[in-house]
Design a protein around this ligand. Structure first.
Ligand code: ATR
Length: 278
């Protein structure tokens, strides 16, 4: 019968996850399917989860707004997912649901794939813009992987301070967005983790870029549009760019690996995904 995977979230009608995972199944020469299980705000989450249990899936992904909501319904929680406080992947094994978070690792994998030297130089000075759920996963993963010079810039200082305290990041400086603008060129890697710049929002850049060059890597986790205004401005200054759609592929690669034990190669899928997004 093959593998049965799925996605819960809302809205998910336009999700690219079915396309990505069905490609992975083909590449791995495995039989299977990936379906959408939308849960609307006015529906009972508990009831929907009961129905999902009966589907006997091998695994599923969880996206907004349920990455935290799912946690009480799990039988086990991986350490990393517990530390991040959010789950984006569930493995269903012998009747048990085990929660993982592949977002941070997917992000780091995609960054190192684009810029392999980042994987070797843990002294890179990193600036994270934002202090929400996405920033939390990325900050935690970077710090677990030995990157210690990470500063945080957020509109609301308190949210950034909470993250600093949570992960005991003694070396982390907290910046206002204005300070981040002024100091941007001091950082080797600048990571935009907020939703600012998405097609569905106003598309503005969260901060202006200033004095960047090919020495700086500028990354945006937004993938629609593929080139946000923030990335476009950085590119115009000569910075090296890391695109959000690659994170989407690598977090999925890691989820697929948890489900099947197969690590599929991404390679040409980056280009193919771009065509889906354009
Ligand atoms: P996610 O889980 O997707 O990261 P979130 O937890 O709601 O989403 O976090 C949103 C992040 O985007 C926060 O860092 C938020 O800043 P505040 O902590 O000040 O709210 C940031 N953000 C959202 N809209 C913003 C805007 N218009 N300008 C600047 N920052 C914004």
């Amino acid at each position: 019968m093959g593998y049965r995977f799925g996605l819960i979230g809302y809205p998910i009608k336009h999700s690219l996850s079915p396309w990505i995972h069905e490609k992975f199944l083909q590449k791995a020469e495995l039989q299977g399917e990936y379906n959408l299980y939308e849960i609307k705000a006015n529906e009972s989450f508990a009831k929907k989860i009961d129905e999902l249990k009966k589907e006997n899936l091998n695994g599923f992904n969880i996206t907004v707004p349920y990455k935290k909501t799912i946690i009480p319904y799990l039988d086990e929680l991986d350490k990393k997912a517990a530390a991040i406080g959010a789950v984006n992947t569930v493995v269903c094994e012998n009747g048990k649901w085990i929660g993982y978070n592949t977002d941070g690792d997917g992000y780091l994998r995609s960054l190192i794939k684009a810029y392999p030297l980042v994987g070797q130089d843990k002294n890179n000075k990193i600036l994270i813009l934002g202090a929400g759920g996405a920033a939390r996963g990325i900050l935690y993963t970077l710090s677990c992987n030995g990157y210690q010079q990470i500063d945080l810039a957020n509109r609301t200082e308190n949210a950034a301070r909470e993250l600093k305290t949570l992960y005991e990041m003694q070396n982390t400086n907290l910046l206002s967005l204005q300070e981040a603008e002024n100091a941007m060129s001091d950082y080797d890697i600048i990571i935009q983790t907020t939703s600012v710049g998405m097609k569905s929002t106003d598309g503005h850049a969260i901060v202006k870029v200033n004095g960047l060059s090919e020495k700086n890597i500028v990354s945006d986790i937004v993938y629609q549009p593929v080139t946000t205004n923030f990335l476009r401005n950085a590119k115009n200054e000569g910075a090296r760019i890391h695109y959000g759609h690659t994170m989407l592929l690598y977090q999925a690669q890691y989820a697929f690996e948890l489900w099947t034990d197969v690590r599929v190669e991404i390679n040409e899928m980056e280009q193919e995904l771009l065509e889906q997004l354009e």
